[in-house]
Write a protein that binds this ligand. Structure first.
Ligand code: BTN
Length: 315
């Protein structure tokens, strides 16, 4: 989205009615050019109504306020770029396909994904009014011991942000966020490059926020913040909070690794003290979370460690 369209959207967001004439003056473009831009915003999915006398109105104000995120990014010491897409196949795919040209610490956001991907080759159902974004980081050295728990770290950050909103969320190892027993957020971390060499990491976050409904097949297993909390959430604020918290804690993560976050992770991890079934096979008892985020379990009185195997290391 270019600067002029963002300007129009901002005006529409802040005011009840916006006159086309004023927009034309302020942007120093013709009325026709304003019309064209409004049309293209409508095509992107923004619900903009047009009234002869009153002007334009943004009917549904639950949009991502791109200018606020750009403002945050411009002041951030970590994040370098924010790319907004009304519709895309998958934000992780976009990063993967464009990684050579993207700046490190770019955030790619999509309002809708038509081929969103989940872990283990699953698909990620595209719910309206959610948060679907990928954080792209270029790494000097892939230290696998630290990078694998990066996905747990991200889960912890999202959980921490939700908790700030008084959402009683929990983490299901390794990085699903659950609310009232149902999944509200999933994270897909993908790496490329040589172990112990340069590499790229893509952290894809999918959070179900304000969707009015869920498809039948998800009703038993997934939920949205809106459904559980009985209110709508400001998605722009949530995105900024997640990025802020991620940035604030990344230094600690780089310096101290997962152990620095282990206690907090453990306090929200619902698997601990429970029996789980691994790969549809034997039941194991979850005893602890290890220094690198591995799940420490007991099976037939023997201790076994389950690594974060869901991290994809091949592209
Ligand atoms: C999972 O729990 O299976 C992980 C889901 C990850 C979904 C997000 S949405 C943004 C990013 N783009 C994708 O295609 N997937 C991730």
């Amino acid at each position: 989205m270019d600067k002029k369209s963002i300007y129009i959207l901002k005006k529409l967001c802040e005011e009840d009615f916006v006159s086309g004439e004023n927009l034309a003056k302020e942007l120093e473009i013709s009325r026709m050019a304003v019309n064209k831009r409004i049309k293209s915003l409508q095509e992107m999915g923004f619900a903009i109504a047009s009234y002869k006398k009153k002007g334009y109105q943004l009917v549904d104000k639950d949009i991502i306020r791109v200018w606020e995120i750009e403002d945050f990014i411009s002041k951030s010491e970590l994040f370098k770029d924010f790319l907004y897409f009304p519709q895309i196949d998958s934000t992780n795919n976009y990063v993967k396909e464009n990684q050579e040209s993207l700046k490190s610490a770019t955030v790619v956001y999509a309002e809708r994904q038509n081929a969103g991907r989940g872990r283990l080759g699953r698909s990620w159902t595209d719910l309206e009014k959610g948060v679907k974004m990928s954080i792209f980081l270029r790494l000097e050295v892939i230290d696998i011991e630290k990078v694998v728990p990066l996905t747990l770290f991200t889960g912890l950050i999202v959980n921490r942000v939700l908790r700030k909103y008084t959402v009683q969320s929990f983490i299901k190892w390794s990085n699903d966020i659950l609310l009232n027993g149902k999944k509200v957020c999933g994270i897909l971390t993908e790496l490329s490059g040589e172990i112990e060499g340069r590499g790229n990491v893509i952290i894809g976050i999918g959070l179900n926020v304000n969707a009015a409904s869920l498809p039948d097949e998800l009703l038993e297993i997934a939920t949205t913040l809106r459904k559980e909390m009985g209110m709508d959430f400001d998605r722009t604020k949530i995105i900024i909070e997640i990025l802020k918290e991620f940035e604030n804690e990344l230094e600690n993560f780089k310096k101290y690794g997962f152990p620095h976050f282990r206690d907090e992770y453990k306090s929200y991890c619902i698997n601990l003290g429970k029996e789980i079934i691994i790969n549809g096979e034997k039941k194991v008892f979850c005893k602890d979370i290890g220094q690198n985020g591995e799940l420490i379990c007991v099976q037939d009185s023997r201790e076994i460690k389950i690594q974060t195997g869901e991290v994809t290391i091949r592209w």
